[in-house]
Design a protein around this ligand. Structure first.
Ligand code: CUA
Length: 361
């Protein structure tokens, strides 16, 4: 999109430059032509000016205004179409999760691999970045792609691009975020599809923080089985207790099922509806009662500060993977096991706990 953005940018600059030059030249012409001179008859010059003003018909003024307005609308239409294109990633985009923190960038890929400081992407493939911050507001900026978006803690923002040339492109943080702001850099490494696949193979798998996640299967040294970020998310869901209330197979439970949830439109308590996307899922994890799904009690605890950005990304990827899960026919073995192991008292305990927390608030 860089070419189109540049084309609009420079055409706006050139048109305004031409307009300014026209005004300046006319001004210079009138200054010379109607200059006040004691040698020539002053009243005569005044009379001439008065005649000149009167002789411009009103329709020409209308025409000039109309042309200027058309120019404005033209710029707006071109700019708005580009804006929409920038905002809406193609549905077949490769999704990569970006975590910003003071002062580094971490990237998590669909296969569960992670990298720091270098974002590997395949050439000629739309890439959608789903971004969140662990601490303060940062901004992800790749000047060469004209791609820039704020990265906000507790929220998800997205930006997308389609890199056309193999190479390395610098990434900057474009929002002042503390002492190390100017050193908060990274690099987009655009690779051919085969090089991209190779690069991902060599990357270490995502390491989740906390002792409970230190499993050898995810370690750097152990050969990675066919893992994926969705699988990591499945484990996060189990370990964080999500499956006490949610199901992955469409079975009704305390909270909404995750089967077929992603991308659907759900009604909200108090009217309205919302599309279940990365942003809504993240918001619902961090502050569940902001947009409560209709028909479900406000029992879910807020996970703000409890879930890392990488875990959040993994959970989103898991819920996304369940988007086409036929409700109540396909079952996730892990989720099924958890639900089976779940004894009813612990559910109600949990619910009561959350409820009392909610009432206190
Ligand atoms: Cu991060 Cu500036």
């Amino acid at each position: 999109m860089a070419r189109e953005i540049d084309a609009l940018h420079y055409s706006v600059i050139l048109v305004t430059l031409a307009g300014a030059a026209l005004v300046a030249l006319s001004a210079a012409y009138f200054i010379v032509k109607y200059r006040s001179s004691r040698a020539s008859a002053p009243e005569g010059a005044d009379g001439e000016r008065a005649r000149a003003t009167r002789s411009i018909p009103f329709r020409y003024e209308l025409l000039a205004l109309g042309l200027l307005f058309a120019l404005f609308v033209g710029f707006w239409v071109v700019g708005f179409r580009q804006f929409v294109r920038l905002q809406v990633p193609p549905s077949d985009s490769l999704v990569i999760y970006v975590t910003a923190k003071q002062w580094m960038w971490t990237f998590v890929y669909p296969n569960g691999a992670a990298s720091n400081g270098v974002l590997y992407v395949p050439m000629n493939r739309p890439v959608k970045l789903v971004m969140s911050s662990r601490d303060v507001i940062h901004s992800f900026f790749v000047p060469a792609f004209r791609a820039k978006k704020d990265v906000i803690p507790g929220q998800v923002t997205t930006v997308w691009f389609d890199a056309r040339m193999v190479g390395e492109y610098p990434v900057f943080c474009a929002e002042y975020c503390g002492d190390g702001h100017s050193t908060m850099r990274a690099e987009v490494s655009v690779l051919s599809p085969s090089d991209y696949a190779r690069a991902l193979e060599q990357l270490p798998a995502l390491r989740l923080s906390g002792p409970e996640y230190a499993e050898p299967a995810l370690g750097t040294e152990a050969p990675r089985e066919t893992t994926s970020l969705a699988r990591v998310g499945e484990r996060v869901a189990v370990m964080r207790g999500c499956m006490r209330c949610h199901t992955a197979d469409g079975a009704p439970h305390i909270g909404p099922t995750w089967a077929g949830l992603f991308g659907s439109v759900v009604p909200l308590e108090g009217g309205g509806s919302v599309v279940v996307d990365e942003a809504y899922i993240t918001e619902s994890m961090m502050d569940p009662e902001v947009k409560l799904r209709a028909g479900f009690p406000p029992l879910m605890p807020a996970y703000q500060g409890l879930l890392g950005a990488a875990e959040t990304g993994a959970l989103i990827e898991y819920i996304r993977a369940l988007r086409s899960a036929p409700t109540a026919t396909r079952t996730s073995p892990l989720a099924r096991k958890t639900n089976a192991a779940l004894s009813l008292p612990s559910v109600s305990e949990r619910a009561l706990e959350a409820q009392s927390g909610g009432e206190q608030r």
